[in-house]
Design a protein around this ligand. Structure first.
Ligand code: GLN
Ligand code: ZN
Length: 744
């Protein structure tokens, strides 16, 4: 019985990874110091693996993103040896697009396959040196690579019909890599193929069988799948693979195949038993029972492993001294997962020790966080709770009568630039160095300023700027019961960017209003409508670690009810427009389409429950992506009055979605790319709206940026918004005024 772990976070206990690399960017860390620092960090990572498990990969450390590293390894981008060139591809002038990695909140760089005149490129192995080097330093490690199927599925720039040829060409380069790794002494190679757990069409199964039949002869491969089950698991059994890694936490359907078809005795079954995506301690006894069941289904060697890479978890729970002890005892971050693998092995080989017993005591929730009345209320929800009192057509009349907005109304998505002095003040306030009254005065001053700025710019629906918020999820999690905030629980979102997911451990309750003070203050300064700004239930849940003792839809409904209370308070205070952001609505969808109906059913209901406002209150929602084709019907089902989406960089796609689907509500296709420092011209803004007019009635079109402006600089934001308002005015002149609000 052996243990294997992979994907342990590269961030470091004190976020050393971030400090080193960002220090290098800023010129404060020399290249030599960067390399030495990262080497020490890596040595520490490997030592941690060694302390707890029998086997582990080497070469996992990336300077920014492993997908980019893979692209470089196979010669997709020209790059000399210089670090500056690497970072230029990661975040500079030649930066690749960033996109979510499967259904997680990690973002990878999307490689582009240079596909010229219908001819696939020749992939060449040019960058195996770092991997060979890592192996030389740690000969017992298994070199880590992203597998060819996953790499190609996640890349872009080629027509779908070329997939087969590309995969074969790429596999030839991988074959060379595996040969070199074997020659360099690798006992086995770790190959990540999470895309096998997505929806894989039958022709792809045939293709990947074909290429792995060949690759498996070049080295002893351990292929890892995770995030879900593999629909074609038993079709892998005759391939020359040394082992297959399965996610038995998020891919329980794998168990059905294992029970029915067994597992080949010539391979290692790498059982993902401790969860890489969530933080609850593993019930070791249950995991051991599962291993016993596996033993009944196969005589294959079984290795105990994590289910999914551990970098979706913070480094260690040890540092969380301020958490409620009852919660702290129940959570396991990455280091504790390694500890669990060791304990599980002990349990299976030596039986139940004191340590195992102690651990298992806390593998179950405690009931002192629960409110029976809340759970009861959730179970009593009926259809009326998920519907607004009037249909959209009627609401729009009431809202327009109250708001009296022009054609092509202008607005922003919520946040405005958060400057360093504000962040410093917040840190000082949190540390108790700045009196609350002073901090509040500062926020009020910023609100006054931003209202004045928006009035001067001539925007139609104003925002309060979100200056009091560090993060759109954390802000609400701090104000709701049932959520805990960690002190050091950082994980990577992309590159060196980190965030701290809250832990949703108990029943959700809103002890007091959360946004009322700032929003009503902003509204008191202007006659124009100020939007109330809330984060939606699906996003709150998607960007937190979530309790698992009740069904996830019940958790979503609890959050939704708390948000609904806030909506009601805002309405009562005279707020006429409320935006409920759901940027995670698409991302939270399961990897496999067959699980979509169930997910979208509760996700839509949760939003509708949260947004059950008076008909005269205009409900906005916002999603910062443009892949709408596949989910547009679900977006429609949200029954929001207005939605703002990203459109600047992908006009064609957005328009295409609306060509096929008759969307009758209001929509603001983003006209300002907030991920770029450049200022859009009035002409470029008008061009986007003119295109939209071809498929969306002009009365339904809003003019707004792609997303919040938090990360931009004032010098960019002000001219960009000035151009936006100018463009809207010209559009109004060209397309006339809207029909007067119909009489009722
Ligand atoms: N209202 C939020 C903001 O402007 C929305 C952020 C987001 O969509 N990620 O910052
Ligand atoms: Zn956004």
């Amino acid at each position: 019985m052996r243990t294997y772990a992979y994907g342990y976070p590269r961030l470091g206990r004190k976020r050393e990874y971030k400090q080193l690399i960002e220090g290098f960017w800023e010129g404060q860390v020399s290249e030599a110091a960067l390399r030495a620092g990262l080497e020490a960090l890596e040595a520490d990572r490997l030592a941690t693996y060694r302390r707890f498990v029998d086997h582990f990969p080497v070469g996992e450390l990336s300077l920014y993103d492993p997908m980019l590293d893979t692209a470089l390894m196979f010669g997709l981008y020209s790059k000399g040896g210089r670090l500056e060139e690497y970072f230029d591809l990661a975040r500079g002038g030649r930066a690749l697009e960033l996109t979510k990695w499967f259904n997680t909140n990690y973002h990878y760089l999307v490689p582009e396959i240079p596909f010229a005149d219908g001819r696939p490129p020749g992939f060449r192995l040019v960058g195996d040196r770092p991997l060979v080097e890592a192996l030389r330093r740690t000969p017992e490690g298994f070199p880590y690579v992203i597998g060819p199927y996953t790499f190609l599925r996640l890349s872009k720039g080629y027509p779908p019909e070329a997939f087969g040829d590309l995969l074969r060409a790429l596999a030839a380069a991988y074959a060379e890599l595996f040969r070199r790794l074997r020659a360099a002494g690798a006992a086995m190679v770790h190959v990540d193929e999470p895309a096998w757990a997505a929806d894989v069409p039958p022709e792809h199964v045939a293709l990947l069988r074909e290429v792995y039949a060949r690759l498996g002869r070049e080295a002893d491969l351990l292929v890892f799948t995770y995030y879900d089950s593999v629909d074609f698991l038993d079709q892998l059994y005759d391939l020359p693979l040394r082992g297959i890694g399965l996610d038995l936490c998020h891919g329980r359907e794998n168990l059905e195949v294992l029970q029915r078809a067994g597992f080949p005795a010539d391979k290692i079954l790498i059982a993902g038993l401790v969860d890489g995506r969530n933080v609850w301690k593993t019930d070791l006894r249950a995991a051991a029972r599962l291993v016993e069941a596996l033993r009944g289904w196969t005589s294959a060697e079984i290795w105990l492993s994590n289910a999914g890479p551990l970098y979706h978890l913070p480094v260690t729970a040890e540092a969380e001294a301020r958490l409620d002890p009852a919660l702290r005892e129940r959570i396991a971050f990455a280091t504790e997962r390694l500890q669990e693998l060791r304990l599980l092995k002990t349990l299976l080989t030596e039986g139940e020790t004191e340590e195992v017993r102690g651990w298992n005591t806390y593998a179950h929730p405690t009931d002192h966080w629960f409110y029976p009345e809340i759970q009861e209320r959730i179970r009593r929800l009926g259809p009326a709770d998920f519907a607004r009192e009037a249909p959209y057509a009627e609401r729009v009349r009431e809202q327009q009568a109250r708001l009296n907005l022009p054609l092509f109304p202008t607005t922003t998505i919520g946040s405005f630039p958060q400057t360093e002095d504000l962040r410093r003040a917040r840190a000082a306030f949190r540390a108790g160095r700045l009196p609350p009254a002073d901090y509040e005065a500062l926020i009020r001053e910023r609100i006054r300023y931003i209202i004045q700025v928006q009035e001067e710019l001539g925007l139609d629906v104003l925002v309060h700027g979100e200056f009091e918020r560090s993060d759109m999820v954390e802000f609400f999690a701090e104000r709701l019961e049932g959520f805990a905030i960690t002190q050091h629980g950082w994980i990577l979102s992309y590159g060196t960017r980190v965030y701290r997911p809250p832990i949703l451990y108990g029943d959700v309750r809103r002890p007091r209003p959360m946004t009322l003070k700032e929003i009503t203050y902003a509204q008191s300064l202007t006659a124009k409508p100020v939007k109330g700004m809330l984060t939606g239930p699906v996003t709150m849940l998607a960007w937190s670690y979530v309790r698992e003792d009740i069904p996830v839809h019940e958790v979503a409904f609890q959050i939704a009810l708390a948000i609904q209370e806030e909506v009601r308070d805002l309405e009562a205070a005279g707020i006429r427009v409320i935006q409920i952001d759901e940027p995670a609505f698409r991302e939270r969808a399961p990897l496999k389409r067959r699980r979509w109906p169930d997910y979208f059913d509760w996700a839509v209901k949760a939003f509708r429950l949260a947004s059950r406002a008076h008909p005269a209150t205009q409900i906005h929602t916002h999603m910062c992506y443009s892949e709408f084709n596949e989910i547009i019907a679900f977006i429609d089902a949200l029954d929001a009055d207005v939605i703002s989406i990203e459109a600047t960089r992908s006009r064609g796609e957005v328009i295409a979605a609306f060509e096929r689907y008759r969307y009758e509500r209001q929509i603001g296709p983003g006209v300002y790319d907030v991920h770029s420092p450049s200022v859009p011209s009035p002409e470029s803004i008008e061009a986007i709206i003119e295109r939209a007019i071809r498929v969306i009635p002009k009365e339904n079109i809003w003019v707004n940026p792609d997303c919040g402006l938090k990360t931009r600089r004032w010098e960019e934001v002000l001219p960009a918004l000035r151009n936006m308002v100018a463009a809207a005015r010209r559009l109004r002149q060209r397309h006339g005024t809207p029909a007067p609000a119909p009489q009722r």
